[in-house]
Design a binder for this molecule. Structure first.
Ligand code: UGA
Length: 496
């Protein structure tokens, strides 16, 4: 089928590469001329496992091409996917890119084309798009909402082996057109070159893929609800982590026990530094805004958001409670991307932590397997190291901010040997505490006990885990003139 995809970002490119991979002819259009040239030259603009290979195969087969002019990409298409970003203005969505894309569709689409909106947009957007297109074109075009559930790092598998496909539409024939395009995916009959990207999903996916045909408003809300539910789950476990910390319980074991109950499930129960990325932060705000402007108070969303904001301060709090003063300290930050297997740093907890630390006059040296440059102003204030050892040399603390798989096997003894203070703050609970302690580290994980001690009857209780038996005040002070335990002089004060 002839398909056009508007938007060559994380969603659009994955859609285009996968649709070409299952045999369609796909033209990708983007207003960013540099990106289009880059793609035409054979370069993949961001890290997404499988994407580079699929784009390469699509170019080679001639089924994939890249354009800046909608007039080159849209006229022959039977399906036109809108995959452009929706930004936010506070808690309202900025639909300017969606509107511009819809306008291009109005001008250049064939009469029998179907417009498919995949950009996450507030309830009512499809209706709005339908009206805009009709007004601009002078005739109606069929439109459907088809929310994407692609998570960065697994987006190719999420597209080719989805857990469900949701289509919100008014016209049955428009749904049939989209179903026809998705047929190999729905039936689990992927052609050979694409099949390799779904290995490992056999046990968890259902074939045929569940297909939900709904009203457009329902499809639009489903997308927000899915992200919101996952975010709430994360905030829930992070709140449990804070409680676990107070009582010397281990939140990872709590999480394992919870996840074994099929009513709860094991996913999105990993305590850590809170959610980040380009989706959850904005989607929660927009859903909350949508609810509140219609008189519905979104209490659960507000609470989840608050917990997430607090969680971002966890690292600074733990550094402060263990090192006493932060002024002039050196911190090695491992991981910058918002999650592993991506080089995306949008709303990455690591960046917020780095920014807080820099403002507290901490010297930050960071290492990330995929991120080698930072945006301004952090590019001038955070040093990028070539490897974890270089980042840790002379450091007063090692902070793990992203759970890259390779961090589980860090050479801990070597790291310990080059550091000034053996403090390991594991913001993702991805390092084995016993291994860290055996290497000589004082280990602080999220909700794994330790770090803070709960006073019982006026005595420090000592939480259940190892490092709590060590007196944080015994850590080496940075300057003899600044003894450990001295009240902080950090500009941001103790309230952070
Ligand atoms: C998310 C959804 O998972 C996708 O289904 C959705 O399509 C996408 O947003 C979108 O709206 O486009 P993504 O933001 O790429 O995907 O990443 P996630 O894997 O969902 O992670 C989001 C955040 O939650 C990350 O910061 C991650 O570190 C954090 N997280 C995740 C936790 O803190 N704990 C967990 O147990 C899981």
């Amino acid at each position: 089928m002839e398909i056009a995809v508007i938007g060559a970002g994380h969603v659009g490119l994955v859609c285009a590469a996968c649709l070409a991979g299952i045999g369609h002819r796909v033209r990708v259009q983007d207003i960013d001329g540099d990106r289009v040239e880059e793609l035409a030259r054979g370069e993949t603009p961001f890290l997404e496992p499988g994407l580079d290979e699929l784009l390469g195969e699509g170019r080679k087969s001639g089924r994939l091409s890249f354009h800046t002019d909608p007039a080159d990409a849209l006229p022959d298409a039977k399906l036109i996917f809108i995959c452009v970003p929706t930004w936010t203005n506070g808690d309202t969505a900025d639909l300017s890119a969606v509107v511009a894309a819809a306008s291009a569709v109005a001008k250049h689409a064939a009469d029998d084309a179907v417009l498919v909106n995949r950009s996450t947009s507030p309830v009512g957007t499809l209706e709005y798009i339908r009206t805009l297109v009709e007004e601009e074109r002078g005739s109606a075009l069929d439109v459907v909402s088809n929310p994407e559930f692609l998570a960065e790092g697994t987006a190719v598998a999420d597209f080719l082996a989805p857990y469900r496909i949701v289509i919100g539409a008014w016209e049955e024939w428009a749904v049939e057109r989209l179903v026809e395009a998705y047929r190999p995916i729905l039936d689990g009959l992927l052609p050979e070159p694409t099949r390799r990207w779904v290995k490992g999903r056999e046990a968890t996916r259902t074939i045929p893929v569940p297909l939900l045909i709904t009203a457009p408003e329902t499809a639009e809300l489903t997308k927000y609800a899915a992200n919101a539910f996952l975010a709430v789950k994360i905030s829930f476990i992070n709140e449990m982590a804070t409680i676990a910390d107070r009582f010397g319980a281990d939140v990872d074991e709590v999480s394992t026990a919870l996840g074994l109950d099929p009513r709860i499930g094991p996913h999105f129960l990993a305590a850590g530094l809170g959610w980040g990325g380009s989706c959850f932060p904005k989607d929660i705000l927009v859903l909350k805004g949508m609810a509140e402007t219609s008189g519905v108070s979104a209490r659960i969303l507000s609470a989840a958001n608050e917990v997430n904001t607090d969680q971002r301060r966890w690292v600074v709090h733990k550094l402060r409670s263990n090192l006493k003063t932060l002024l002039g300290r050196r911190v090695a930050l491992l991981g910058l991307s918002f999650k592993p297997n991506t080089d995306d740093i949008r709303n990455a907890p690591a960046l917020e932590i780095a920014d807080d630390l820099v403002r507290l006059n901490v010297h930050v040296r960071a290492f990330d397997p995929a991120v080698t440059r930072l945006p301004a102003p952090l590019d001038g204030s955070v040093e990028i190291a070539a490897d974890p050892i270089a980042a840790a040399t002379g450091a007063d603390a090692l902070v793990v901010a992203t759970e890259w798989p390779q961090f589980a096997d860090l050479p801990l003894a070597e790291l310990r040997a080059v550091m000034r203070v053996p403090l390991l703050i594991d913001g993702r609970n991805c390092i084995d505490p016993d291994r860290a302690r055996a290497a000589g580290f004082i280990y602080v994980g999220v909700g794994r006990g330790g770090g803070d001690v709960l006073p019982i009857n006026g005595r420090a209780s000592g939480a259940a885990t190892g490092e709590s038996r060590q007196d944080p005040a015994s850590l080496t002070p940075m300057h003899p003139a600044m003894p450990a335990g001295r009240p902080t002089t950090d500009p941001a004060g103790a309230g952070r």
